[in-house]
Design a protein around this ligand. Structure first.
Ligand SMILES: [Zn+2]
Length: 397
């Protein structure tokens, strides 16, 4: 039974399955009000675990050795599946379903109990605290970036930060971002006959055509993710070995899953008019000038005294950085003496051109054009590098 008034006891939102603190007296669910979710057509409705237990049950299905899925029947709220991943070092509940009852607890005890819980993203936090309490307060691992979405807190919730977190039994959490800032997947290396499996929750989302996956900001409201998020997800999954993906809705990619992710990301990027994965370089690597110089060390020294940062120095090669821009120096012994005139300028915007002007004068460097106000709206000067290139330092007028 559901009601529009939040019941006493810890209320559960009927649309998303999120359980709130018993003290929750508001009439709305922040998870459903977020643009990734929606409020049901009949308005905000609430229920309780007590009511959910009458008329619903959890069904355990063996997906492969060491892995059970847990699904509530008849379906409730978002209708996702949770998974019990078994290992010799303990069992992990991946994602969560709102219903937890005596027969669920007995079934899990039969399968070796529970050592920890980890959940992909806030839509599946549901009754995680009840689950943890039912197994002696096992830790619940959530990513720090989604802390603000927790509606019912508890001492058992362990927020972690960073990109990866090792659990037990070789299980590991990997931060992917995308659907939620703190979205995490579970890597299970011994899954799929030791070829590795990914428990992905909603992302990558296994498509109706199981040869494909997709990535959305909102699934119910069909809002896409942008290209940077797609590239980040692919980059996060790149170091992992996996052949299989288990999704939250009973759809799984049974083999070749890593290639499926790659192929699907390429298709997605192409449909939104973004450059393909392989062709893309980060913004600071898109266009880099490479200068041929007679003496790499002397040239690198010159650039560094002016404020460039040395990123890398190898035999006859140096990589320099100015803010977000890179500059390559390549040593070419046969490079002729620079001509008397400057053949090209590199313009460098600085907040205080006077300071650079004083520095250049103190160092007695060769100046091609002295400091002055220009009709193109800049105050600038040009200093000449040992290789005949002009560096035009400028500040807006
Ligand atoms: Zn809700």
């Amino acid at each position: 039974m559901s009601s529009a008034i939040a019941p006493t006891g810890a209320p559960i939102c009927v649309t998303c399955g999120t359980q709130f603190d018993s003290s929750w007296s508001a009439t709305h669910c922040p998870i459903c009000e977020d643009e990734r979710q929606y409020i049901g057509l009949g308005g905000q409705q609430w229920t309780t675990l007590h009511d959910l237990r009458t008329g619903h049950r959890n069904v355990f299905t063996v997906e492969e050795p060491g892995l059970h899925s847990i699904h509530t029947e008849p379906s409730f709220a978002i209708d996702q599946r949770a998974f019990l991943v078994r290992s010799e070092e303990g069992n992990l509940l991946w994602d969560c379903v709102p219903l937890i009852d005596d027969s669920t607890i007995a079934e899990i005890r039969n399968l070796g109990g529970l050592s920890a819980i980890a959940i992909s993203h806030p839509h599946y936090y549901t009754t995680m605290v009840e689950w943890s309490d039912s197994f002696g307060g096992v830790p619940i691992y959530l990513h720090e970036a989604d802390r603000r979405w927790v509606q019912r807190g508890g001492v058992n919730i362990k927020f972690w930060a960073g990109h990866t977190k090792c659990l037990f039994g070789q299980l590991g959490l990997v931060l992917c971002g995308g659907h939620f800032e703190g979205f995490q997947v579970l890597h299970w290396p011994s899954g799929a006959g030791a070829r590795g499996a990914l428990l992905a929750g909603d992302q990558p989302q296994v498509a109706m055509d199981r040869r494909w996956v997709s990535f959305l900001y909102s699934y119910p409201n069909m809002v896409p993710l942008g290209a940077p998020a797609i590239r980040r997800i692919v980059r996060s999954l790149e170091p992992l070995e996996f052949d299989r993906i288990y999704g939250a809705f009973g759809r799984h990619v049974m083999s070749d899953a890593k290639k499926v992710v790659q192929r699907s990301a390429e298709r997605y990027l192409s449909r939104i008019g973004a450059p393909p994965l392989g062709a893309y370089a980060e913004p600071d690597e898109q266009l880099v000038v490479e200068i041929h110089v007679r003496d790499v060390e002397a040239s690198a020294r010159f650039y560094r005294t002016l404020g460039f940062q040395l990123l890398r120095a190898e035999h006859n090669f140096a990589e320099l950085l100015w803010d977000m821009s890179r500059l390559f120096l390549e040593g070419v012994a046969a490079q002729p003496e620079p001509p008397g005139t400057v053949i090209a300028n590199m313009r460098i915007m600085v907040p205080d051109v006077e300071r650079y002007w004083r520095m250049v004068q103190e160092m007695g460097l060769h100046v091609a054009r002295t400091l002055g106000e220009r009709d193109y709206g800049l105050r600038d000067f040009t200093v000449v590098s040992p290789d005949g290139l002009g560096l035009r330092f400028a500040t807006r007028l």
